[in-house]
Design a protein around this ligand. Sequence first.
Ligand code: DSN
Length: 408
Amino acid sequence: MNKDKKIFKLITLEQNRQHNTINLIASENYVSKYILKAQGSCLTNKYAEGYCNKRYYGGCKYINKIEKIAIIRAKKLFKAKYVNVQPHSGSQANFAVYNALLKPGDIILGMNIKHGGHITHGSKINISGKIYKSITYGLNKNQNIDYKQIKSLALQHKPKLIIAGFSSFSKICNWKKFYKISRLTKSFLLIDISHIAGLIAAKLYPNPLKYADIVTSTTHKTLCGPRGGIILSNNKNLYKKLDKSIFPQTQGGPLMHVIAAKAICFKEALNKNFIKYQKQVLKNCKYMCNFFLKKKFQIISNKTETHLFIINLTNLKITGLQAQKILNKANIIVNKNYIPDDKQNSFITSGIRIGTPAITKRGIKHKTAIYIAKLISNILKNISNVNIIKKTKYKIKKICNKHPINKL
Ligand code: DSN
C-alpha cells in the first residue's frame, strides 16, 4: 500500500500550524506522546461491542483489561462509583443520558447557549431541543448564574431533568444550589463538566459527584486526553440504564484505541504534576483576564475563576468574527463567542472566548501569558493597522519556538 501523500502532507501542515500558533481555544489542548501513540495503535482494528467480559466478539482478552483499567482510574480520579468510558464524545454521553432518563416530549431545563450553555443542553438546533421540551435559564444582571430564575422555572415547569454545566461561563458553579432545586422538583440532575474536568480532577473546582445524579464530560479539554466522552454516577439505580443507553441503544462498537488513550489520560491526571499544571492554567487565565480588565475591556462576569473568560467586544465596535479573523492573521487562535443576549448570530457573535489550557500545556507561564494578552489588546484596539499584525505574528512565532509542542 502506498502512503497517501496528500493526506500526510496536510497532517504535516496542520502540525506546523499547531506549532506556529498560540492556541487560546478554551476547549482544545495538546495530548502527550503516549496518548497519541495509543490512538494510533493496533487497537483501532478491534471490535468489542458490549462491556468487559460480556462482548459480542471473540479476541477481547486484552481489550477487556484495557477498558477495566480505564474505568478503575476514572473512578479514582473523580471519586465515582460508576463510570462508562465508551461514549465517543461529550454530545454522545449527554444524549445517552437523555435517552436513559427521558421520553420524547419530557421537559428539560438547561443553560441558554447565549449565556454560556452547550448546544446539547436543549438548544433548538440540537436533538436535545427538538425531541424534548427545552426550557432555558441564564445569567442574572451581575452575570452570575441566576439560581432564582432556575428555581422559579423549575417550580413552574417541573422538568424531568435539570442540566448544569457550560461551555463559556468563567465562575464557580454552586452545585449544591442546583441539587436543592432538583430535589424540590423531583428532577434528575445532570452536571456536564466537559470544560472543567481537569480542574475538578486537580481539586481546584468543586467536584459535583455528590450532588449530581449523573455527571458527563469530555476527555480532551482541561483533562488533556483524547477526544471522547465519559459518564459518571454515584446513583446506583441508574448504572444499568446508563450502560444500556450507550450500548446497544445509542452506540455500537467502542473505540478501543480511544479508550486506551483515555486510560493513559486518567493516569496522567492522577500524577501530582497534573495539579501543578492546572494551577498554572488558572494563574495564566487570571493574569490575562486582569490585564484585559486593566485595559478597560468588558469581561463577562467581570472575572475568571476557571480556565476561560469571554471578552465582550461591543464597545470596540467589532464583532467576534472580525476579532477571530484579525487575530488569526497574527497567529493567535481564538473562537468567536456569544455574549449574554447577543444581538448577532452564531457565525458573527459579539465576543471572543479566551482559554489557557493549551498555552499552559506547552509550558507558557503567566509573564508570557500577560505579554500575549498585551499583543491581543494592541491588535483589537488597532484592527486596521497591518503593521501591528505583522510585528505580532513575528513575536508570536518566537514564543512558539520557545515552547515546542512536539516534546509533550
Ligand atoms: N465545542 C466545545 C467548546 O468549544 O466549548 C464544546 O463542545
